[in-house]
Design a protein around this ligand. Structure first.
Ligand code: ADP
Ligand code: MG
Length: 596
């Protein structure tokens, strides 16, 4: 942690570097000399403390809005000028501060929020009593507040500059509080220099307000930048509505609810966007614990581990998760900005939330909104189809736990399986579907649910280069765990006897040469590594290598068993790389496009 030390007249910890020659003076040892110990002035102490809390203009916004939320406000308006450096004003209709406490509110370690239970049962966002004094140390802070509704209009205003009260006077105001910070960091040149770019600061402030909005859906929150409204929520109290207000209605059709679930004494629920709305960063991932927007590293990592397999690499959903937990099961006091928190049973809660997200993301087919045209000739049946029953009837209905009941229409272009159901038409990418199914089988094997591997018609001898052999040897144990019967045969030769079973035969049966699957792994230097991430990639890789390719004609029985297996998998709509594998042409799209 670095603190600004560039106060004009006080540099208490800067050692004077002596250039005096060494003399009789026992303190002149040639190294840095020390000055006598002094007590820091109050103003400087405040400025040092402020460094932890007020890092950027956005931190001022966060602290002030949190105070408004703690005061039970229903409406909060944030006004910002000059990236927050010129002015930040937060007005609310909350409980207000009694006139006689206004000055105290701006003193260090003064808070109205710690009850007798101490830190163990904090239910407010603030509790350290440090925000207002910190802001007052690095800005001119004006606080106008009234506690009465009665129209008496008597409020009080206090203005502090450099920690000193420069005005304390009656001011007319309806109940609520307005806190205004002006000239932020004017007295901290280093901070000022670090936040010169108004646009960057404004963007940071907007991000902060979005987070606060998601954490407080019941509050009408407005952000105006240079008098233009940038963001406005209606205080609907509904999480999904708030996300739409924050991110725009374009994502409306994509949002779906998660939970609620009960886990480890906590309740959790949320909202997630569908696989068609993903973002390159984690900027739209929100976790709210007991009303506080937080970044609990451990929890987030757990959640992400779970959903990563169903999204393209590096992509993240628009996601809001809300956790309610007894206050004594969460530690909010591990970081001054209170962004980090530690939850008890973090691993379990994270895993449960992540699974919730994954099953939702993985279940939903990408729905087609763009009009598209289908020529009749693409509905050419596969060669084998002609020999089987020409029509599809009741007996073709495929019923599975994770897909709607579907009947098989046929194969299209030797790469898509066409199905119909109550929701319209469904197109399945045969390669990705098979990948998903194999991935599921391998993952189950890895988790200990080993099914009998299928013996190859003849054991396969695989001869490798020394480097390949070394890589494969290192991975042999994992392959065996996954259900491959493979052994070192001597030298650089390996023997493959059996491969894990999958609905369409042993894994690898569809790549014309099962040994190629194993070879590919041995060849792949990029996938060298250990641990979960590597195993995950190995599964992806294996699934991809051994899945049926596009261009391969499928018989009806094969298509059926593929769709059946797909419908039993936990994520039937995306392949292990996160690409969509199931498209839905909805009934309503058809009606619209055909103008029926
Ligand atoms: P903390 O929030 O940790 O208590 P602060 O320095 O942020 O510390 O605020 C100090 C006190 O000032 C709060 O405990 C609260 O009593 C009062 N206060 C600050 N802002 C508001 C507000 N907008 N409405 C009502 N009271 C407020
Ligand atoms: Mg506070």
């Amino acid at each position: 942690m670095t603190y600004e030390t560039d106060h004009h007249d006080e540099h208490p910890w800067v050692y004077p570097h002596s250039t005096e020659p060494e003399g009789d003076d026992p303190t002149a040892l040639g190294g840095p000399q020390r000055s006598p110990i002094r007590t820091l002035s109050e103003a400087l102490v405040a400025r040092i403390a402020a460094g932890e809390i007020v890092e950027r203009p956005a931190s001022v916004v966060k602290e002030l809005v949190e105070n408004s939320l703690d005061a039970g406000s229903r409406t909060i308006r944030v006004d910002v000028r000059g990236g927050g450096l010129t002015m930040i004003r937060v007005g609310d209709d909350g409980a207000g501060v009694p006139a006689e406490e206004l000055h105290l509110a701006c003193m260090r370690h003064s808070t109205s929020k710690l009850g007798s239970g101490g830190l163990e049962d904090v239910v407010t966002l603030g509790f350290r009593g440090e925000a207002l004094p910190s802001i007052a140390a690095v800005a001119e802070l004006s606080l106008t507040s009234a506690t009465e509704h009665d129209g008496s209009g008597v409020g009080r205003r206090i203005v502090l500059r450099d920690g000193q009260v420069i005005a304390d006077e009656p001011a007319p105001r309806p109940r609520g509080t307005t806190a205004t910070a002006r000239f932020l960091f004017q007295n901290v040149p280093a901070r000022l220099a670090a936040s010169r770019n108004d646009r960057a600061e404004t963007a940071q402030i907007a991000q902060t307000v979005r987070r606060l909005a998601v954490a407080a859906p019941h509050v009408r929150l407005t952000l105006a930048v240079e008098d233009r409204i940038l963001l406005e929520t209606t205080g609907s109290g509904d999480l999904a509505t708030t996300l739409l207000e924050v991110y725009g209605h374009a994502i409306a059709e994509s949002l779906s609810p998660l939970g609620p679930i009960e886990i480890e004494g906590s309740t959790a629920w949320g909202v997630v966007s569908g696989p068609e709305v993903t973002r390159p960063g984690r900027g739209c991932v929100h976790v709210v614990v007991n009303g506080r927007w937080v970044q609990p590293r451990g929890l987030l990592a757990r959640i992400e581990t779970e959903y990563r397999p169903v999204l393209p690499r590096g992509r993240h959903p628009v996601l809001a998760l809300v956790v309610r937990t007894p206050p004594d099961r969460v530690d909010v006091n591990i970081h001054p900005s209170k962004l980090e928190v530690r939850l008890m049973a973090e691993r379990e809660i994270g895993a449960a939330l992540g699974r919730l997200v994954r099953s939702e993301l993985g279940r939903r087919p990408v729905s087609l909104r763009q009009p598209f045209e289908v020529g009749l000739d693409v509905l050419r049946p596969a060669p084998e189809l002609a020999e089987e029953s020409p029509a599809w009837g009741e007996d073709d209905l495929i019923t599975t736990p994770n897909l709607p009941p579907l009947s098989l229409v046929g194969q299209v272009q030797n790469r898509l399986i066409l199905l119909e159901g109550a929701g319209g038409l469904y197109l399945v990418d045969q390669h990705r579907a098979h990948e998903r199914v194999i991935y599921g089988a391998l993952a189950a094997a890895h988790a200990g649910d080993v099914r009998e591997p299928t013996a190859l018609p003849e054991p396969l001898l695989i001869e490798l280069s020394p480097a390949q052999a070394a890589r494969l040897s290192a991975r042999l144990a994992t392959l065996v765990e996954l259900g491959f019967e493979i052994e070192h045969f001597g030298g650089r030769t390996f023997l493959l006897r059996a491969a894990p079973s999958s609905p369409l035969g042993p894994v690898g049966a569809w790549s014309d040469d099962p040994a190629a699957t194993v070879l590919a792994l041995a060849d792949d230097g990029e996938y060298a590594g250990e641990g979960e991430a590597w195993r995950e990639r190995l599964l992806e890789r294996l699934a991809c290598r051994s899945a049926i390719r596009r261009g391969r004609p499928l018989g009806r029985a094969e298509m059926r068993s593929l769709v059946e297996a797909l419908g039993r998998s936990s994520a039937p709509a995306v392949c292990p790389h996160g690409s969509p594998l199931l498209l839905n042409v909805s009934e309503s799209l058809l009606e619209r496009e055909f103008r029926w």
